[in-house]
Design a protein. Structure first.
Length: 352
């Protein structure tokens, strides 16, 4: 009799970036922490809600350093490693940089799960690192009550091409490089209701490297860049708009969505983190009367794992950005999903 296959997602209470601490709780944890004035070379640190730390090397380039890890979002150990690695490397791409090397961060319940599965996780991560052109050069592991895995990644960037998430300008257009819905499909799998026809859809998207980040950063007129992960599109747009001293108009019907996710969305099959996200920032969001608020409430805060890049672009640069998106991201329409406006009562206004 064949033993039942091990489902990694059943060994964790969260899934992928959905296990991130809610934005409001994170702010409470970080409240009062600031960067030391003794480090003027630190261009980006924990005083900013950005994707990675950045340190000026003094020769026209800067070091990018980040770490990201999470509990299993898929059952296959090899794919879990591949996805976790792609998600961690994305933070370097989102700063406009190129990754250089990675170190593994592994927590494994050795009394519950075989060591061979952990080895498959590492092999998956090594495959993604190879695709990104970097070595998985070492790491650290601990015995933990739940499995978790990720990478610490170093990269570099030319100072003039460094992109932040809080440097957008009024009038910028907004673009997104991947559709939403990964959290919804992952929750459907975890609950055992994912339809056979939808197997592999979320994985295919989560495995895509966001390596168009450095190409976007090289285009004049791209003012801000970030990746959409555990706080959902709304959360990361709020960081961009609020951090830039602006508000944003988001056109709901233009947002790319994985069509397979819509059926589960109608059944309210959404991650618990969706509600945590929404409760953290709902007072900063307004909805026009023609928007399907119930659907938007469940979709816009949907936690994404290795989600797409959110890009702020000067209108004059739109043709160049759209040409790059058509070439590198054909799965989404190369059209803006919103724009940044002068600061108003709400930081994000959702329009039809």
């Amino acid at each position: 009799m064949q033993p039942e296959p091990i489902r990694l997602t059943q060994y964790s209470h969260g899934a992928g970036c959905g296990c991130k601490i809610a934005p409001s709780v994170l702010q409470e944890i970080l409240h009062g922490s600031s960067e030391s004035t003794a480090f003027p070379q630190l261009l980006v640190g924990n005083g900013h809600n950005d994707d990675a730390a950045v340190y000026d090397l003094g020769n026209g380039t800067a070091l990018i350093a980040t770490t990201d890890f999470f509990s299993p979002i898929v059952d296959d150990a090899f794919d879990y490693g591949r996805i976790a690695a792609a998600n961690a490397i994305s933070d370097v791409y989102a700063m406009g940089g190129r990754p250089l090397l990675a170190l593994a961060v592994l927590g494994w319940p050795v009394d519950k799960l075989p060591a061979g599965l952990a080895r498959q996780v590492l092999e998956g991560a090594r495959a993604t690192c190879a695709a990104a052109g970097i070595p998985l050069a070492g790491g650290h592991s601990i015995d933990a009550p739940e499995p978790f895995f990720g990478l610490a990644v170093n990269g570099n960037v030319e100072r003039t091409r460094l992109k932040r998430n809080n440097t957008a300008l009024e009038g910028d257009l907004l673009y997104l490089t991947k559709p939403l819905g990964v959290g919804i499909l992952s929750t459907a799998r975890k609950r055992g209701v994912l339809e056979p026809a939808h197997e592999g859809l979320a994985e295919a998207q989560m495995l895509q490297l966001n390596d168009s980040g450095p190409l976007l950063a090289a285009l004049e007129g791209v003012t801000a860049l970030t990746d959409v992960t555990g706080f959902g599109l709304l959360g990361h747009l709020l960081e961009m708009a609020g951090g830039s001293g602006l508000s944003a108009e988001l056109h709901y019907n233009r947002i790319p969505v994985l069509e397979a996710a819509r059926g589960y969305l109608a059944q309210r099959i959404v991650p618990d983190a969706t509600y945590r996200n929404w409760n953290s920032y709902s007072n900063r969001v307004g909805f026009a009367k023609d928007v399907n608020v119930l659907e938007a409430f469940n979709l816009l805060p949907d936690p994404q794992t290795n989600g797409g890049l959110l890009i702020a672009v000067r209108p004059a640069a739109a043709p160049a950005v759209e040409a790059l998106l058509r070439e590198r991201h054909p799965a989404v329409a190369a059209t803006p999903i919103g724009q940044l406006t002068a600061a108003g009562e709400k930081e994000v206004n959702v329009l039809p």
